[in-house]
Design a protein around this ligand. Structure first.
Ligand SMILES: Cc1cc2nc3c(=O)[nH]c(=O)nc-3n(C[C@H](O)[C@H](O)[C@H](O)COP(=O)(O)OP(=O)(O)OC[C@H]3O[C@@H](n4cnc5c(N)ncnc54)[C@H](O)[C@@H]3O)c2cc1C
Length: 380
C-alpha cells in the first residue's frame, strides 16, 4: 500500500530518534530521551501488535540473585563484579518502583525462595556455608545485614513437596508484568512519543547525517539516530553481536482454593521458576533440559518442556487433592550471551544498541534503556 502525502508529512517526517522494539528497554529509553528534550521527535517501531519478545511474557520476578546464582557469578567473574551486578539490579528495581509506583505494578516484597532437592545437595551445602560471608558483603548494597536466611521451615508452610532445603532472599519481590508494561505505555503516550506497531525493521543504511531504516512493508524511514532494543531478536539485524536467543516456556494454573504459596521461587540455578499470581501457580523454565530446541527466536510450545513443567507442577507444587488444571501456556524469548552484561554500544555513527538483558530485565531494564539513550543523546 502506498503512503499518502499526509502520512509521510506527519508520522514519518523529521524524526530525530527511532527506537526499535517496545519492550521494557525501548520504552524506558524513549522516556529518558523525552526527559532530555521536549522537542525531540521520538518514534518507537514495534513489529508486533503488542510488544513481542520477553517484556510482556516474563514471570514478573523482581529479583537480583539467588544464593547459588551469586556464587556462580563469583566463580565466573570474582566477588567485586558480582557485588557490582547486584547493586545495579537493586538500584534498577528501586528506580522502576519509584518511576511507576508500587501500586501501579502490584509490587509485593514477598521474598525470593531458592529450593534444593536431592540432585543439588552439594550446591546447597556450598550456599549454606557461604551464607554469612555474603550477607556481610551485601549489607552495604541492600542496607540490611541479613539478605539471605536458611528457611527450611518454609517448605511445608508454602505448601511445597519433595524439596530438602530452602534459602530465603528477604528482599526479592514480584510484580504484575502486564501492569508494569501498561504503565510504561501510559507514561510514554502522555509524553508525546509516537508508536508505529506491526512494522518490522529489516535493515539499516548509514547516510551522511541520517540513518535510513528499511521496513518489511517496503517503507524507508529516516532518522538522525536509531536505538536498537530488540534483545533476543538482535541476531536478525546484527548477527555479529553476541546475542543468542533463548526461548522460555511458561504455564499458569487455574485458581486454587486456599493456595499456600506466596512469593517467587527459583530451582536448579534459576532454570526453573515459579510463583503465585493471586491464587494461581505460574511455572516456567526447563530450557536447560532441551538446549538445542530452545535456542531459537521462534515462539512456540513443545511437548517435552510442557510435560516436564506439568510433572514438576504435580510433584512439587500442586496442593494434594487439588483438582486445578492448566489454564494457559505461552513462551517468550530472552537474549543471552557469553557474558551476563548487556551490550550498550555505539554500533556505528547513527546506530546504537541496548540489548542482551538475560533473565533479569525487570531489574535492569530501566537502567539499560536509560544508558543506551544517554549514549545516543550525548552524540546527537
Ligand atoms: C518466559 C520469560 C520469563 C522471564 N522472567 C523474568 C522475571 O521473572 N524477571 C526478570 O527480571 N526477567 C525475566 N525475564 C527476562 C525479561 O523479561 C527480559 O530481560 C526483558 O523483558 C527484556 O526486555 P527488552 O526490552 O530488552 O526485550 P523485549 O521485551 O524482548 O523487547 C524487544 C522488542 O523488540 C521487538 N522487535 C524485535 N525485532 C524487531 C524488528 N526487527 N523490528 C521491530 N521490532 C522488533 C520485539 O517484538 C520486542 O517487543 C523473563 C523472560 C522470559 C522470556
Amino acid at each position: 500500500m502506498e503512503l499518502s502525502f499526509w502520512e509521510k508529512d506527519t508520522f514519518l517526517s523529521n524524526i530525530d530518534v527511532i527506537i526499535v522494539g517496545s519492550g521494557i528497554v525501548g520504552l524506558n529509553a524513549a522516556l529518558y530521551l523525552r526527559e532530555q528534550s521536549p522537542l525531540l521527535k521520538i518514534v518507537v517501531v514495534e513489529r508486533g501488535p503488542l510488544p513481542s519478545g520477553a517484556s510482556t511474557k516474563n514471570a514478573g520476578f523482581a529479583c537480583f540473585g539467588s544464593m547459588s546464582e551469586l556464587l556462580d557469578d563469583v566463580a565466573l567473574n570474582g566477588e567485586d563484579a558480582m557485588l557490582a551486578l547486584v547493586e545495579k539490579r537493586w538500584k534498577g528495581l528501586l528506580q522502576l518502583r519509584e518511576k511507576l509506583g508500587d501500586s501501579h505494578i502490584d509490587f509485593q516484597q514477598l521474598g525470593g525462595h531458592e529450593v534444593f532437592g536431592n540432585d543439588d545437595a552439594a550446591s546447597y551445602s556450598n550456599c549454606a556455608e557461604q551464607l554469612d560471608k555474603y550477607n556481610l558483603a551485601l549489607k552495604d548494597v541492600i542496607g540490611d545485614p541479613e539478605v539471605f536466611r536458611l528457611s527450611d521451615n518454609l517448605i511445608k508452610k508454602q505448601g511445597l513437596r519433595e524439596f530438602n532445603h530452602l534459602i530465603l532472599n528477604r528482599f526479592e519481590g514480584q510484580i504484575h508484568t502486564g501492569k508494569m508494561m501498561e504503565r510504561l505505555f501510559q507514561l510514554a503516550q502522555s509524553q508525546n512519543i509516537t508508536f508505529l506497531n506491526g512494522i518490522k525493521i529489516s535493515s539499516f543504511e548509514e547516510a551522511a547525517n541520517t540513518v535510513q531504516i528499511h521496513t518489511d512493508n517496503g517503507w524507508v524511514l529516516k532518522a538522525r539516530k536509531a536505538l536498537v532494543c530488540t534483545n533476543g531478536f538482535t541476531g536478525q539485524l546484527f548477527p555479529e553481536l553476541d546475542v543468542i536467543p533463548a526461548r522460555n516456556q511458561v504455564l499458569i494454573s487455574t485458581p486454587i482454593q486456599g493456595l499456600k504459596m506466596k512469593g517467587s521461587f527459583h530451582y536448579n540455578k534459576g532454570y526453573v521458576y515459579f510463583r503465585n499470581v493471586y491464587d494461581r501457580i505460574l511455572l516456567g523454565g526447563g530450557r536447560n533440559l532441551f538446549l538445542r530446541e530452545e535456542t531459537t527466536d521462534a515462539f512456540g510450545l513443545t511437548d517435552d518442556i510442557q510435560a516436564f513443567l506439568e510433572d514438576f507442577l504435580k510433584t512439587h507444587l500442586m496442593p494434594e487433592n487439588s483438582n486445578c488444571a492448566i489454564d494457559m501456556r505461552w513462551s517468550g524469548i530472552l537474549g543471552i550471551g557469553d557474558k551476563k552484561s548487556p551490550i550498550i554500544t555505539r554500533y556505528s555513527d547513527h546506530i546504537y544498541t541496548a540489548v542482551r538483558l538475560g533473565g533479569m530485565g525487570v531489574a535492569i531494564g530501566i537502567l539499560v534503556g536509560r544508558e543506551g539513550a544517554e549514549l545516543l543523546y550525548e552524540n546527537m
